[in-house]
Write a protein that binds this ligand. Sequence first.
Ligand SMILES: Nc1ncnc2c1ncn2[C@@H]1O[C@H](COP(=O)(O)OP(=O)(O)OP(=O)(O)O)[C@@H](O)[C@H]1O
Ligand SMILES: [Mg+2]
Length: 279
Amino acid sequence: MIQVENLFYTYDGEETPVLREINVEIPRGIHLGIIGPNGCGKTTFVRHLNGLLPTNKGEVRVEGLSAKSPSDLYRIRQLVGMVFQNPDNQIVGMTVEEDVAFGPGNLALPSEEIARRVQKALAQVGLESFGNKAPHALSNGEKQLVCMAGVLAMKPQYIILDEPTAYLDPSGRKMVLDMVQKLHGQGITIVHITHHMDEIVNADRILVMDRGCIILNDKPGVVFSQVALLKELGLDVPEMTELMWRLRKMGYPVRTDILTLEDACRELDACLTPVFPKG
Ligand SMILES: Nc1ncnc2c1ncn2[C@@H]1O[C@H](COP(=O)(O)OP(=O)(O)OP(=O)(O)O)[C@@H](O)[C@H]1O
Ligand SMILES: [Mg+2]
């Protein structure tokens, strides 16, 4: 579990805190979505979860290890991997293999163990035949999978994805989202920041952030039923939720806790059948 207690954060030289009184528990194995308007503190928050930013005020604990303790921090960085939005800023190797080996290479592991981890991580993301390729020759979706393999080679229990599909076209997005589902299915905890609401309709929970605070922490159906609030924050809702919300505003007695096309079809079927008998 990751436990965050009373976390505040102010960047050096600034006066206004970017994070204010964040309290949240992230249990092992869940898929957690994080949404919120630009600049509300999402990236700043998740950078605390693996010690990329120091915990100055409050507590961050990962599996009971404290991000304030330098010796715990070393282990926390192995337990919690990070994937950022732009793969080009994350890739450091001249070949895919070299890039994936970078993290485990810093753990002072024997070279056979590093090679084994690299092969396994590449196989996990379906890039086992890409080892000798130059990363810059890959598609953006493939580059993002290389970044995920680099994280997997550290054998993390948690993977944080900070808008991992922001730079991707639909096929690259699908590649990355399918991989996120697969890793979640293998028991890895996923923390997933996005502005694409459809990516997290199946998440276990969603945090909504605004001006440095967590203002909602609930299941997707509950969060996305707050359409007016989300719109006020400048956020989208899943397309099907919006459709049902608009129908409701027009006076139709439809449910608004609808997230997917399948949910919407079922709901419209239930509403229409008494009026237009089938057959
Ligand atoms: N290195 C920094 N120094 C000073 N202020 C910063 C720094 N990085 C971010 N900020 C400020 O902190 C606030 C939160 O930024 P952050 O990147 O965490 O937001 P975000 O929710 O991830 O936004 P986005 O959706 O645009 O990615 C913003 O006002 C931003 O300008
Ligand atoms: Mg951000």
